[in-house]
Design a protein around this ligand. Structure first.
Ligand SMILES: *Cc1c(COP(=O)(O)O)cnc(C)c1O
Length: 378
């Protein structure tokens, strides 16, 4: 019988301490294991040290998948997965808005490997379908997206993948497996930057993948060659973090909803992007595929407020490149993640200097709102 999510977060995959009976999984740092008279030859690059297996089991259980694999970073998980299913001459369809690091991977590396790609023009299923060619092998999506929190219809894209016999891959980082389990809607492979919600304390770089046994085996084979493996110490930290994933994400959800509603009625704010708001263009789809709307939101300041000065005036909320920690952080995409795009390209994506992305933490929500309120009055 499958357990509830909080129980899974705490217990699934844990290693019994048979020596001392301690309450937590011991850390096994060995990189050297026997090869004779053993059912399994363990080696860290084979993804099968005891602590790596804890994370593999946890991520599989949380994503309702047969199997999982941990990686040293989100990008290691993404690159290894893409290269596991794409070879020279193949084509892949990417959603228009994907994480900047994934975009760079595609732009800077794929041509060298002879892999062709297209980005969709929008997030409608028809936008994906029109890019499919007879060389296409993979569809890659990301929902909610960064930074505008667009919502792609997971089930519709999964069905499109099945219709054309393609592998569907989702970046599920923003939702976390607490809010969204894409395999339940027919997606083949779900990927996380575990640096974000799974880690949650801004002190881990890690990634994770979940899917069927067969798909994970393919990714495992590629991963052995590419070597983006995670250390046992990081697995220990990640296991510790995931124990509180469920309660953290529930609090992120609650706080972000309240902050989004506060911003929506503020006279200092032009527009709020949050899938939990009823006026979000795809709120209904979000409602159907998410059990919570997450801790990420974006908003545009009114024209006579300067976003840089506003960020400097914040006291509790810190400007940060990363996201999804217990602490609230803010980022201005035009200065950071989208700095390298041309003005025209940014405009096309709907990103300008008034836009701020807020990672709503789990502080007392009235303190977050108080901080925003005092900074509006600069
Ligand atoms: C951070 C992030 C990544 C990349 O993960 P790293 O752990 O930094 O390698 C991928 N996708 C999304 C949505 C992210 O936020």
């Amino acid at each position: 019988m499958s357990k509830g999510k909080h129980t899974t977060c705490i217990h699934t995959g844990e290693i019994k301490d048979t020596q001392f009976g301690g309450a937590i999984s011991p850390i096994f740092m060995a990189s050297s294991y026997p090869y004779m008279d053993t059912e399994k030859v363990r080696y860290p690059r084979y993804f099968n040290t005891p602590n790596q297996e804890v994370i593999a089991k946890k991520i599989a259980a949380l994503e309702n998948a047969e199997a999982g694999l941990p990686f040293a970073s989100g990008i290691a998980a993404i690159s290894t997965t893409l290269f596991a299913f794409l070879k020279q001459g193949d084509h892949v369809v990417f959603q228009n808005e994907i994480y900047g690091g994934a975009y760079n991977l595609v732009q800077e590396e794929f041509e060298n490997f002879g892999i062709d790609y297209s980005f969709t023009k929008g997030i409608e299923p028809s936008d994906f379908e029109e890019k499919i060619t007879n060389k296409t092998k993979v569809i890659y999506l990301e929902t909610p997206s960064n930074p505008l929190l667009t919502i792609t219809d997971i089930k519709a894209v999964a069905e499109l993948g099945k219709k054309h016999k393609l592998i569907t891959i989702i970046d599920n980082t923003f939702a976390s497996p607490i809010n969204q389990t894409p395999l339940d809607f027919g997606i083949d492979i779900s990927i996380h930057s575990a640096t974000k919600y799974l880690g949650g304390h801004s002190d881990i770089l890690a990634g994770a993948v979940a899917g069927s046994e067969a798909h994970i085996h393919k990714i495992f084979n590629k991963g052995k060659n590419l070597g983006g493996n995670i250390s046992d110490f990081m697995c220990y930290l990640l296991e510790r973090s995931i124990k509180t994933l469920g309660i953290r994400v529930e609090k992120h959800n609650d706080n972000a909803q309240i902050v989004a509603e506060f911003l929506e009625q503020s006279k200092f704010v032009k527009k709020v992007y949050y899938p939990g708001l009823k006026n979000h263009p795809n709120h209904d789809i979000a409602k159907a595929q998410m059990s919570g709307y997450g801790g990420m939101l974006s908003f545009e300041l009114i024209d006579n407020l300067d976003a840089k000065a506003f960020q400097k005036a914040l006291k509790l909320i810190k400007p940060s490149m990363s996201l999804a920690g217990v602490e609230s952080t803010i980022l201005m995409p035009t200065l950071t993640s989208h700095a390298l795009l041309s003005e025209k390209e940014r405009k096309k994506q709907g990103i300008d200097d008034s836009l701020l992305r807020l990672s709503v933490g789990i502080e007392n929500v009235e303190d977050i709102i108080e901080d925003l309120s005092q900074a509006f009055k600069i």
